[in-house]
Design a protein around this ligand. Structure first.
Ligand code: MG
Ligand code: MG
Length: 250
């Protein structure tokens, strides 16, 4: 595990601030009729305009700046010309490389008016990320994070995806350790100041299983149920968790 200096955390804060700026902006554009390719083009322009590079574009051959994951797509959906529809939910995952450091964050948005069930899924998934962040402090165990997610999600009757996990992040997009969204507390290494983790619960309304599309990227729920995804890059500091790119106290 790579521990970052205070100076490095400032740079990672800048990278993640750009990611949040992009997600804020895209959130204002999301509406029925908009295509994911349009959102992707907007994101790429903003990222390059800020002097950064899209982190996912060409990553292991991924063809776009954003992962756009609609309804039953869990993660890694590829932007295309399909218009968003009223009642959809769309997960947008954005990564950038800025001044040598990666930022990575995701949110799931409602398109127009969505069902009460979809809204609850978004609330619970966002809530599970907040619980996970609250568990981050020096001396806590790595598995306390996944336990916090699983506990929150399952207490609301939803399920946690096992096949994809969070990760360390820094000068590489994916660093050690892996950060599962499930598990028993008190296991694994202890968290130390300077560690930065991308924590990213993926939560299904139905069964936790995953099936892959033929494109090799798009991961869907096995039963066609809705899925949501939220992600923050979080630094462990002496005083507790610091969500990078969200400003002081966020
Ligand atoms: Mg991400
Ligand atoms: Mg990530």
């Amino acid at each position: 595990m790579v521990l970052k200096t205070k100076g490095e955390l400032e740079l990672m804060d800048q990278a993640n601030a750009l990611v949040h700026e992009v997600l804020d902006h895209l959130g204002g554009l999301i509406a029925p009729g908009v295509t994911t390719r349009e959102l992707d083009g907007t994101a790429e322009k903003m990222i390059r305009g800020a002097g950064a590079v899209p982190a996912f574009l060409h990553y292991k051959g991924f063809p776009a700046t954003l992962c756009t994951s609609i309804n039953d797509v869990i993660v890694h959906g590829i932007p295309d010309d399909t218009p968003l529809e009223d009642g959809d939910i769309i997960g947008i995952d954005c990564g950038v490389l800025f001044k040598g450091y990666y930022g990575d964050s995701a949110r799931t948005f409602a398109v127009g008016e969505v069902s009460a069930g979809a809204l609850e899924l978004l609330d619970v998934t966002r809530g599970s990320l907040e619980k996970a962040v609250e568990s981050v402090r020096p001396g806590a165990h790595l598995s306390d994070i996944g336990h916090a997610v699983q506990n929150h999600v399952e207490s609301h009757g939803f399920t946690v995806v096992r096949e994809f996990v969070g990760h360390g992040i820094g000068t590489a997009l994916h660093e050690d350790p892996q950060v599962p969204n499930f598990g028993r507390p008190g296991r694994g290494p202890r968290l130390k100041p300077g560690l930065v983790l991308a924590i990213e619960p993926m939560v299904n309304a139905g069964v936790p299983g995953v099936k892959m599309d033929r494109d090799g990227w798009t991961a869907r729920t096995e039963d066609g149920s809705l899925s949501a995804h939220f992600e923050f890059s979080v630094a462990v500091t002496e005083s507790g968790p610091r969500v990078l790119g969200r400003g002081a106290g966020a």
